[in-house]
Design a protein around this ligand. Structure first.
Ligand SMILES: [Zn+2]
Length: 491
């Protein structure tokens, strides 16, 4: 009886947000919403195969996370019936009928389910794991960690000034690769099948001075689910911080107001990119833990835990000791500090070069969740075109323009597709479309599924934009920034 009446209990999104962590929850429960159902995760969280990453779903509508992190969950499969049964068991209510509709739609039979089925079949046929990486990512991790520590030590101990600066640059570049090749996969649960190893891989970001928890909030709760989307209606949290966090200095999204200095942004943006990691380490991380939120994203699911806050401050202190205090001790105040900053600038520039080109580039679509009708809600490029309308012109069965997976393909761009070298070098960032559609698949496997994704896109009339190389992608990004500095504004 009790269960039946609870199942009918309606929750608004703001009510749901009070259940993001046991420490703030009014009754100690942690709740999430999936496809309109409100679920009680309190006792399930310790049984979740992905580990405590499930906390990221708490206190919010996590439909996108549910859809993207379970590639085997397609209609008619054993996994689907198992997961349906779990959802039924966990359900304690429903989302209020007043909840603002999402920007996205999820087709249960079309493009994304077909893609999931084909990709899982491909990896199964090659005997490659769907979750977690094989030997090459672990070998790469050991190499990068060894390179980071040895270059840090050489930077501190070398009596030669040029050698210490060279070591600082190598340390900075290695830090960016630790981010893209170890931490990124670890935090997505793609580094290993072991939740502990994934957590340790995620911690490597704390090792180099930034917080993996903050990263999770921005990347997994902001950027991934809502790529290039700006919620100007403020009706929900469907916004991508990656396209507005550098505003007003850089105007990436066509729905932002333009200022006179944006005219020059394609020239000065690369200089600002280099300061990106410094601002994350010293400003963004500290702001979030103090304010309890990152822009519109509530941070309680992570920073509501005392242990997590301890880890945050402990790692900040430790990393400050070996990355700032140690170089100062051995090289003196001025050189020690400048070595630290040079390393960060190298890291920021390399990171930005590899990931900004994937979403902020000529031809890619941007979306706005405003008050307008369906027509206005279409993802559009800066010329005001919806690329998918063109690719679907002659198709009898049309994929919805706001289908989540189809929007991901319109808002992401690949480069050097199927190149094993660039895939390893960038940690799979060159296969950005595959990464957004399948974030829990290890980046070393993207080369094996890229052709499946491209062919399925073609079949369903979904754009699959790819650039020949990182160089052409970078030039496309510069052209986009130049256009954004010259009054391109969407309706
Ligand atoms: Zn990612």
């Amino acid at each position: 009886m009790c269960k039946k009446s609870e199942t009918k209990r309606e929750y608004t999104l703001s009510e749901l947000s009070k259940y993001s962590h046991q420490n703030v929850s009014p009754d100690g429960r942690i709740l999430t919403a999936v496809e309109g159902k409100v679920l009680d995760l309190t006792s399930f969280i310790s049984h979740h195969p992905g580990g405590d990453v499930l906390y990221l779903a708490c206190g919010r509508d996590s439909t996108v996370l549910y859809e993207t992190y379970h590639p085997r969950n397609t209609q008619g499969t054993k996994t689907a019936s198992k997961m349906d049964a779990i959802l039924k068991k966990l359900q304690v209510g429903v989302l209020s009928a007043q909840t603002p509709p999402s920007y996205y739609t999820f087709d249960k039979n079309g493009f994304y389910p077909t893609l999931k089925k084909r990709v899982t079949e491909r990896l199964d046929a090659l005997d490659l794991p769907l979750r977690g990486g094989s030997g090459s990512i672990h070998l790469k991790a050991v190499f990068l960690l060894a390179l980071f520590w040895s270059s840090l030590l050489l930077m501190c101990l070398s009596p030669s000034v040029p050698l210490s600066y060279l070591s600082s640059i190598i340390m900075g570049l290695t830090s960016s690769f630790i981010g893209t090749c170890i931490q990124h996969d670890g935090s997505h649960g793609a580094f290993s099948t072991s939740p502990l190893l994934n957590k340790l891989a995620g911690w490597t970001l704390d090792m180099i001075g930034a917080s993996a928890f903050t990263w999770e909030l921005q990347h997994q709760l902001g950027h991934h689910p809502y790529t290039n989307l700006l919620d100007t209606s403020n009706s929900s949290a469907e916004s991508d911080p990656d396209v507005f966090s550098s505003y007003p200095f850089i105007r990436m999204h066509p729905h932002h107001e333009i200022s006179w200095f944006h005219y020059y942004q394609h020239i000065y943006a690369p200089v600002l990119f280099s300061a990106m990691t410094l601002s994350k380490v010293f400003i963004q991380d500290v702001q979030i833990i103090m304010e309890g939120k990152l822009y519109h994203i509530d941070a309680t699911c992570r920073y509501g835990s005392k242990l997590n806050r301890l880890r945050f401050w402990g790692m900040k202190f430790l990393s400050f000791l070996y990355m700032v205090a140690l170089p100062i001790y051995f090289q003196g105040l001025g050189r020690g500090l400048s070595l630290f900053f040079v390393g960060h600038l190298a890291c920021g520039e390399m990171l930005a070069t590899m990931f900004i080109v994937n979403h902020v580039i000529e031809g890619v679509a941007f979306a706005e969740k405003g008050g307008g009708g369906k027509e206005e809600r279409r993802p559009k490029n800066v010329r005001g075109e919806t690329p998918m309308l063109k690719t679907q012109e002659k198709m009898s069965q049309k994929t919805d323009l706001n289908d989540w997976a189809a929007v991901q393909c319109q808002t992401s761009v690949n480069w050097s597709v199927q190149s094993r070298f660039w895939n390893h070098f960038s940690g799979g960032l060159n296969h950005q479309i595959e990464h957004h559609l399948f974030p829990s698949i290890c980046h070393t496997n993207y080369v094996h599924i890229a052709d499946v994704v491209e062919d399925t896109c073609k079949e369903f009339g979904v754009p699959y934009q790819h650039e020949r190389s990182l160089g052409t992608a970078y030039r496309g990004m510069t052209r986009h920034l130049k256009a954004m500095g010259r009054e391109v504004k969407m309706d």
